[in-house]
Design a protein around this ligand. Structure first.
Ligand code: ADP
Length: 494
């Protein structure tokens, strides 16, 4: 029998995107549906999505005025629906005037800070998900949750809705896309959750250094937990990468797995990419060279096409290694190369890179802000992609880079270690340049190695073509998720 899956995510591409979570939520359900699963997606109806509702064909699902108890209040919600683009997968949007009719997904764009009622928004959403399944008469075999935003839901299945006719048999899966974000809130959220004080005691499942940690709750209550690469699944069980949850993860390690994300090649393939002016493929790379011109023009750098162009895209956060790049900049610009950077986030890094770009106008150009199409253009136009992450649960950009013939330069961690093979270590199968130590010098050495290979055109071309032939399509990963769902059902039955 085909499994019924309710896939719950706080971001779904193309409706709302902050990072890789959105890309996964927009693609994995489609891949599961292609394998025969009856999958539905549910997400909040943010103000940003409402503005674009018509373009996405979002309509009322004719379910209105559904009450949710939140603290002392009752708050109603309404459901809207659409299909994930190019698919028949239904997606439902929870509309709430009080919690989601505003700009921003997690942060207030004006203050750049978390919404003050963020815990309430998440609890409300979780409860609305439970009510929605009821209203839709959809009885899921699997409730698939993603990150801390939705990770409290297993508590309802295990404790509060244990005998509920819809949820009695539902098994839960929690996918951790990034352990660094845990949803830590004051103990007072217990009341919002609808759980008595007796559940909150030192070192209990709901307690985390005096606060409540939503991700910890999910890890403990979900039937299975997975992260988005096998290496990261191991790393997070160590103090170095565990963000204070390594002990919790080790305590349930028999239910912790790793499945690498796939790539949505209908969006991220230079042969069909709608955001680039010149499409190309492994058979004819001329479009790539034209994209290099286009990117150099757009970034106002001299159009020297034989000079290697390095690209970097990402959230400007501690995680992504922008500090390493900043440190080597004075050395880097001595080389004959150019670097374009697209990123937004921590104002510290935004400023740092902006002022460096002013200092080296012929070599470095920086765009701060979120710009989807520009990310595609950089992937197409650059020769190399720099991703020196401190940690990386899966990472998508290195996989996109491979398909775009843009040789990735990565640190050996998490999904980067699982997807890029070092050219010097394995000359016949290498697809990029990998370094281990998190240090400016190690990054610089890797860049130097890459530049040496770049100067040998024929050899470089081989590396590019090998990368372009790598296949990280979602189908293989979706099959692994179906296996994981089976495990969840088995574990729940224990
Ligand atoms: P993470 O999920 O940690 O942010 P990933 O590499 O898994 O990192 O996914 C990042 C996604 O977000 C990619 O699709 C990348 O192109 C996109 N992205 C990140 N920053 C920006 C930006 N400033 N503008 C456009 N796209 C961005």
């Amino acid at each position: 029998m085909n499994k019924k899956i309710l896939f719950v995510s706080a971001e779904v591409y193309p409706f709302a995107k902050v990072g890789g979570l959105a890309d996964v939520a927009g693609a994995l359900p489609k891949a599961l549906a292609e394998l025969g699963a009856d999958v539905r997606v549910i997400t909040p109806f943010y103000g940003d999505i409402q503005e674009k509702a018509k373009n996405f064909g979002i309509k009322s699902a004719e379910i209105k005025g559904v009450p949710v108890v939140i603290g002392d209040d009752i708050e109603n919600f309404e459901l809207f629906s659409a299909k994930l683009p190019d698919s028949q997968v239904p997606i439902y949007f929870v509309k709430s005037e009080r919690y989601f009719d505003r700009k921003g997904i997690y942060f207030d764009p004006k203050t750049k800070k978390n919404f003050p009622d963020q815990a309430e928004r998440l609890v409300f959403f979780a409860k609305a998900v439970l009510e929605s399944a009821d209203s839709l008469k959809f009885k899921p075999d699997i409730l698939h949750l993603n990150d801390h935003h939705t990770s409290i839901l297993p508590v309802y299945l295990k404790i509060l809705h244990r005998h509920h006719p819809i949820w009695r048999k539902t098994a839960s899966v929690l996918t951790i896309h990034n352990l660094a974000y845990q949803g830590v809130f004051p103990a007072s959220v217990m009341e919002l959750l609808g759980l008595g004080e007796e559940f909150f005691y030192p070192e209990g499942p709901f307690e985390f250094y005096g606060n409540v940690n939503f991700l910890k709750i999910g890890i403990l209550f979900a039937d299975v937990v997975n992260t988005v690469s096998p290496t990261y699944a191991q790393e997070i069980q160590t103090p170095e990468y565990g963000n204070k949850l390594d002990g919790v993860l080790r305590s349930v390690s028999q239910k912790v797995f790793g499945i690498i994300n796939g790539v949505d090649y209908s969006v991220w393939d230079p042969a069909v990419d709608k955001d680039i002016e010149y499409n190309y493929s492994a058979d004819d790379l001329s479009g790539k060279r034209m994209m290099k011109s286009s990117v150099l023009r757009q970034f106002k750098l001299p159009e020297e096409l034989d000079v290697p162009l390095l690209g970097m895209i990402g959230r400007m956060a501690e995680q992504k290694g922008f500090d390493l790049v900043a440190e080597i900049l004075p050395e880097l610009i001595k080389h004959d190369l150019k670097l374009v950077v697209l990123g937004s986030g921590d104002p510290k890094y935004e400023k740092m890179f902006k002022s460096a770009a002013e200092k080296y106008p012929k070599k470095l150009s920086v765009f701060t802000g979120f710009n989807g199409p520009l990310a595609h253009k950089i992937e197409a136009g650059a020769d190399m992609f720099v991703m020196p992450s401190r940690f990386e649960p899966c990472g998508l950009n290195q996989m996109y880079s491979l398909r775009y013939g843009t040789v990735p330069l990565v640190r050996r961690t998490g999904g980067l270690a699982d997807t890029v093979i070092d050219v010097d270590e394995k000359p016949n199968v290498g697809t990029g340049f990998v370094f281990s130590e998190y240090s400016p010098q190690a990054l610089l050495n890797a860049i130097n190695r890459a530049l040496m290979h770049f100067s040998e055109t024929k050899r470089w071309r081989k590396i590019i073509l090998r990368g372009m032939k790598q296949d990280f399509s979602w189908e293989a990963s979706a099959r692994k998720y179906l296996e994981l769902y089976k495990k969840a059902i088995e574990f729940k039955g224990r």
